[in-house]
Design a protein around this ligand. Structure first.
Ligand SMILES: [Zn+2]
Ligand SMILES: [Zn+2]
Length: 270
């Protein structure tokens, strides 16, 4: 089996992950992966914006830790990346970040649907309880469509994150997905299949089979990510993600080098 690259991995610099890049790389080799990418939660203009991301001053240490993993595991291709929060108005900041290091790719993720509410934060469940899920999902997917169309990102992260705690609208969300996917296609941005959803209350890969099928029909390319916050999560549930992609029709995945995309076949066997 040639596994897709695991393009979504975190390090202790975000204050809620364990395992240095070398430890995650060792696990990737043991799992039989040939390519991985680190995508730490990117700094905000203010380090006190929240408590779950890399501080600006830690960026050199981050890059050095990834370079060390590259030196210790030359048999593994290791990409340097960021998972960047898309917040409207932060475009200049994100552009600045993109110029600081030779990133292989940037994942654009929406966690915040307002300046103060990160919808996947388990300490803020009360915010969900105050609202109609449809309202939250609508705002979220509008932001995700903006993230896709911004041209700032190579990959859109965990596209249906609002399902994390199972607050789901009763209505069909297809129109929300469609709006996002049209922008992704227009901007030629990829979407990740993120297996972390299987480890959350929703017990489902991000995105759902419905959204993944719609993405295939629109011609949106895909990447794969475990969203590992610990070495043992590297490559987690990649067979399930592979099967999801395959079942809706995908036969290709993509990889990035210095923000240039290349296409690779999805293969069941060598
Ligand atoms: Zn995280
Ligand atoms: Zn994320």
């Amino acid at each position: 089996m040639i596994w897709p690259a695991d393009y979504h991995m975190h390090t202790p610099l975000c204050h809620h992950a364990v395992g240095e890049p070398v430890d995650l790389a060792a696990h990737a080799v043991a799992r039989g992966l040939d390519e991985i990418g680190f995508s730490e939660h990117s700094p905000m203009p203010r380090d006190d914006f929240d408590d779950w991301r890399m501080h600006d001053s830690a960026m050199p240490r981050y890059v050095e830790a990834v370079e060390r993993a590259r030196r210790e595991f030359p048999q593994l291709r290791i990409k340097l990346a960021l998972e960047v929060d898309y917040i409207p108005g932060h475009e200049d900041w994100i552009r600045q970040l993109s110029e600081r290091y030779p990133w292989d790719y940037l994942i654009g993720s929406v966690h915040y649907i307002s300046e103060s509410w990160d919808i996947d934060n388990p300490t803020k469940l009360s915010e969900w309880k105050k609202r109609d899920p449809w309202e939250v999902w609508s705002v979220y997917f509008e932001r995700l469509a903006q993230a896709a169309s911004s041209g700032l990102f190579d990959i859109i992260g965990h596209a249906d994150l609002p399902k994390k705690f199972c607050f789901r609208p009763e209505r069909d969300c297809a129109p929300l997905f469609e709006r996002f996917l049209d922008e992704a296609k227009r901007a030629d941005v990829a979407m990740e299949l993120n297996t972390a959803g299987l480890r959350k209350d929703c017990k489902e890969i991000y995105p759902s089979p419905q959204l993944t099928r719609m993405a295939f029909e629109k011609g949106v390319p895909i990447t794969f990510g475990s969203d590992a916050h610990a070495p043992k999560e590297v490559g987690a549930d990649f067979q399930a993600a592979f099967d999801l992609a395959w079942s809706v029709g995908y036969r290709e995945t993509c990889r990035f080098t210095q923000r240039r995309r290349s296409v690779h076949p999805l293969k069941q066997d060598e």
